[in-house]
Structures are given as C-alpha cells and as structure tokens.
Design a protein around this ligand. Structure first.
Ligand SMILES: [Zn+2]
Length: 465
C-alpha cells in the first residue's frame, strides 16, 4: 500500500517543515491535564482532522481515580523588592508550577524559597514541575536567577482558578473496512515542551490527516488526552470498544535527533511489537527495542493487567534520559523537521505492515512451481533480482496457512515490503490464495486469540477479502 509512497523525499522535507510549524503554533499554549490550554490545543488539531472532543465533569469516578478540578490561569508573577516583575508567567509558562492554586501574598525571600524550583546542574534552564494531586503553589526559574535574588519583600500573585469543571480530551476515529482497530494515543497536557508532548501530537495529527479518507483494512482511533488521568478516563468510559483494539501505539518524544526506541507492549510478542521491531531492524543494525515496564507513558494504563492491550510506545530519545527532558531546553530548537518527518514515516511503515500482514496458502504445494513459465523467475523491476526471487521462494514455502507475511519476513530476513510484493505477484499468477479473515483477526486464530480482557464485545463482522 505504502501510506507515504506519494511523498517523495522533497515532499517529506516539506511535510517535516509543516509538522514543525504546527508544533510552533501549539508551543506557547499553557496546557495542563484540564483547562482551556488543552481545549485550545484540541481546537487547533480540529482544524486539521475530524476530532471529537469530550468533557468529563470534575468528580467523575474513573476506576480508582477521580477526575480532578479544572485548572485555569490568567496571570502569575513575582515582583521583587524594587516592584519589578522578576518572574512572569506571560513570558514563559514553565515559570509557574503547573496546577498552582491561587495565591496573593507578600513574603520574605526565605519564606518564598521553599516554593521555588531550579535545576542546579543546568543553571540556565527552567524546570517543568507539576502538582496535580496535591494543592500547592510554586514557581520554576533558572538556578542562576535564583542565586541572584536579593533579600527583601516579594509580591507573589497567582491568578488561577482550581474549581469544578471538566477534563477535556479529543478523539479522532477513522473507520476502515473492519471494525478492528489500531489505537494511537498521545498526551496533550504539557505546556511549552516540544519533544515531550508536541512532537507526538504533531506526528499523530499528520498521521490522521494522511489516513483520513483512505480505503483501510483497520479502523484507526487517535486519542489526544491528558497523561495518565486522560487514559484512565478514556478506558473507563470506553470499555465497550476496547475489545476492538488489535494494535496500539503511544507516540511521544519523536522530534529530537536520538535514534528510535520502541518499548514493547506488556504482551511482548504482539503483532505491533514484532512489526515495529522488524522495521527498526531494517532502519538500524542495533535497533533499540525495550522490554515492557510498568513505568513511562500511557502504555501503563493500556497494558494494565485488566486490559493487557497490545499497545507499545514509540519514541526517539527515551523520556528521562536526555538532559533537556522536562526543562525549558525541550523547546522548538530541540525538535527538527527532518526527525518529525522520519517519525511520521516510521509510523506509516508500521501501519503498512499491519494493513498488509495476512496469511496465504500455496496452491501448488507439491514441489516448487515452475516460476520461469510464469515470468516470475526474473526481476520485474530490475536491480535486486536475487532478493526478489528469493522472497518469492520464501513466500511459496511458508504459505502453508500457518505463517503470516510478517512471519516470513522475520524468518527470511527480507524487508516486509519485498515479501508483500512477492505475495502479490504470486497471487496474481494464481499460485497463492489469501486466507480470509474473520473480524477478530486471522481465521485460524479466532478461537485461541480472543483472550482480550474486555472479553465479549463484538466488533461486528468485516467484509473484506
Ligand atoms: Zn512529560
């Protein structure tokens, strides 16, 4: 299929520029897990893709959690002893401890200091800090700025509201031929942070844009949600559709210059895990594949034991391992058009594998069929004739109804697109027949592989061949 095949390299460069511009538009907004920042962000995503937004009231019970109060901020600053603003939320929203309760007070430097956060090891950077579930207030600033503060009286103003309201999230559903779904989830709750937050939002938005209107095997569901509480809320409200999710990806930190990292789902050997690992092996001699751990992004919720969904996490640099993480240095200069476009390309490649991964049956299984007579023993494209013929032999040999094209790609070492092209050529020549699927995946697995926690939901029947 080649979701990105229409984009040549030049177009991909343009796409990367456009993705970066989109992150720049979103960058100044003060997002949090609730409030107008995330609403405004979703509205800007809505300008590009068919996104439905949902508002869940404060106090709603979602599994073991409760939807928190809504936070909004109009202004926040500290004025120094000379009456000048020394810290201004309007200048950089990271200056305010995210979710700070309202405060108006005058206090000495020593009373103020417990509310100030810095990074001594990176004395010019401003840290990003939150206090979602404990009512508190504070300011973040560079360590050098804090060291320069003089004794005296400081005026603190946090003009915020922390009140009953809503948790807001967005969902974009693109129906395919099957109601079986691929879930793509990204967090949209960080303020001015580019890699951790906006890069994932940008990749997901552009993916949805590219997939929109296409004839697809799977249905695709994109979630733009506040981290942790958003995933928990969505899962609590959507138990009926969770049984349709066949594969999923959490997207984050996809704009920096680090190599790709893929963190496997809890299942560890799900099709998404294998498809992504297969592609990363093509991209790099030392692919960075990480085992599942119950710490990280929202894969923690999707892979909690009650759901155990096949959802992995795709990143470039891993959160917490790069110095810019959760600081003012994770800014628009830290993410790059080329890397954003490459990340989009990898996601499209992953979806290409999932869309085309099927089982076939060799209709001529007794000895090798005579390929030369069918014009299949020479290259159709020129160039890598050996690989092309070799791929056809692998597909013929392993198309016993047991092996999928991904199985064959893994075992043969050939890239998936070559194996897929071989299957198409063999099918065209009448040597191979596709094995029809049921709505719950491939025919032969329909019994054994239905151990999805959410159990008995029917995803309807699919009509594709
Ligand atoms: Zn983060």
């Amino acid at each position: 299929m080649g979701l990105l095949s229409e984009f040549d390299q030049r177009d991909r460069a343009k796409l990367g520029d456009e993705m970066h511009r989109f992150t720049a538009d979103l960058y100044p907004i003060c997002r949090s897990i609730t409030g107008n920042g995330i609403r405004q962000t979703l509205k800007m995503i809505q300008d590009r893709i068919p996104l439905e937004t949902f508002e869940v009231p404060t106090g709603t019970a979602v599994f073991d959690w409760i939807v928190p109060k809504e936070w909004n901020v109009r202004d926040a600053y500290i004025k120094g002893p000379n009456g000048q603003r020394i810290l201004d939320f309007q200048e950089c929203n990271l200056h305010l401890l995210n979710y700070s309760m309202p405060v108006r007070a005058t206090m000495s430097l020593s009373a103020l200091k417990p509310h100030l956060f810095t990074i001594p090891e990176k004395p010019d950077w401003i840290p990003y800090r939150t206090s979602y579930y404990k009512e508190d207030w504070g300011f973040c600033l560079s360590h050098n700025q804090m060291l320069a503060l003089q004794d005296g009286e400081y005026e603190v103003c946090i003009d915020s509201t922390l009140a009953n309201g809503y948790l807001t999230y967005g969902e974009c559903y693109l129906p395919g031929r099957s109601t079986d779904e691929i879930l793509i989830s990204c967090h949209a709750c960080h303020p001015s942070l580019a890699n951790d937050n906006l890069s994932g939002l940008s990749v997901a938005t552009f993916l949805a844009q590219i997939l929109s209107g296409r004839d697809l095997r799977y249905s695709y569901r994109f979630l733009f949600i506040p981290g942790t509480i958003g995933a928990i809320t969505w899962l609590a409200r959507n138990r009926d559709t969770i049984g349709c999710i066949r594969h999923g990806l959490v997207l984050t930190c996809l704009g920096d210059r680090g190599p790709f990292h893929y963190k496997k789902s809890r299942q560890g050997n799900a099709e998404i895990d294998r498809a992504t690992a297969h592609l990363l092996r093509q991209y790099s001699e030392s692919p960075k594949i990480l085992e599942f751990s119950p710490y990280g992004y929202d894969e923690r919720q999707y892979c909690s034991p009650g759901f155990n969904l096949a959802v992995g996490c795709l990143m470039r640099s891993v959160w917490g391992t790069f110095p810019e993480y959760h600081t003012s240095a994770d800014n628009l200069n830290f993410i790059h058009p080329k890397q954003l476009a490459e990340s989009l390309g990898l996601c499209a490649d992953i979806f290409d594998v999932l869309e085309e991964n099927r089982r076939y049956r060799n209709l001529n299984p007794y000895c090798e069929p005579q390929l030369g007579r069918r014009n299949l023993y020479r290259s159709t494209g020129g160039g890598a004739i050996e690989a092309q013929i070799n791929a056809r032999l692998w597909v013929l040999n392993l198309s016993d109804g047991e092996h999928s094209l991904l199985d064959i790609a893994e075992r043969s070492g050939h890239p998936f697109p070559l194996i897929h092209a071989a299957a198409e050529a063999l099918q065209e020549s009448g040597l191979l027949a596709i094995i029809p699927e049921t709505s719950r995946g491939l025919e032969e697995e329909s019994q054994e592989n239905t151990a999805h926690s959410s159990g008995d939901q029917s995803c309807g029947s699919s009509s594709h061949s």
